[in-house]
Design a protein around this ligand. Sequence first.
Ligand SMILES: *[C@@H]1O[C@H](CO)[C@@H](O)[C@H](O)[C@H]1NC(C)=O
Ligand SMILES: *[C@@H]1O[C@H](CO)[C@@H](O)[C@H](O)[C@H]1NC(C)=O
Length: 150
Amino acid sequence: MLSFLPMITILFAASAQALHTVNITNNCGYGVPTLDKFPSTTSAGTQSFTNSTIQAGAFLDTGYCGTTGGGCTTVDITMNDMLSVVVVDLIPPHMFSVPVAFSYFNGCDGVGASCLSSGCDNAIRDPPETSGIVTCTADDAGVLITFCPP
Ligand SMILES: *[C@@H]1O[C@H](CO)[C@@H](O)[C@H](O)[C@H]1NC(C)=O
Ligand SMILES: *[C@@H]1O[C@H](CO)[C@@H](O)[C@H](O)[C@H]1NC(C)=O
């Protein structure tokens, strides 16, 4: 019985320490970087968001995007304790509106993907697809999303 305690303590500590960050950079010269944070409502103008778990969609609001990025290029972000999953989501009603790239930092540094045109390979257009999904198992991985990457 006692032998389980250290393991539980370690698991709890690891879980309590995880801190994930989403940063959004906008090089387009227009639009508002927006993070639709589940379960919160859309937060316009968000540049950086940090939390122990993150479930969100990031998009560049150009005035015609829906509140969860409908009609616009959207990056789906799911970050839990030791698993982060990020992918460009072009599943309708999402659709390509601006080029985007993302890469991990603070773990899995530089690993990522980009979708620079409506025909890009690294995006999901139908739910069963897995193209463009990039995962990271670093505890505190963050992801930098760049709209209109150089
Ligand atoms: C993410 O944003 C935070 C807060 O602005 C900043 O301190 C950090 O350097 C940024 N990291 C990257 C990789 O963009
Ligand atoms: C922040 O993390 C906590 C703990 O995992 C979670 O319950 C909460 O929903 C998160 N908040 C947001 C806005 O994602």
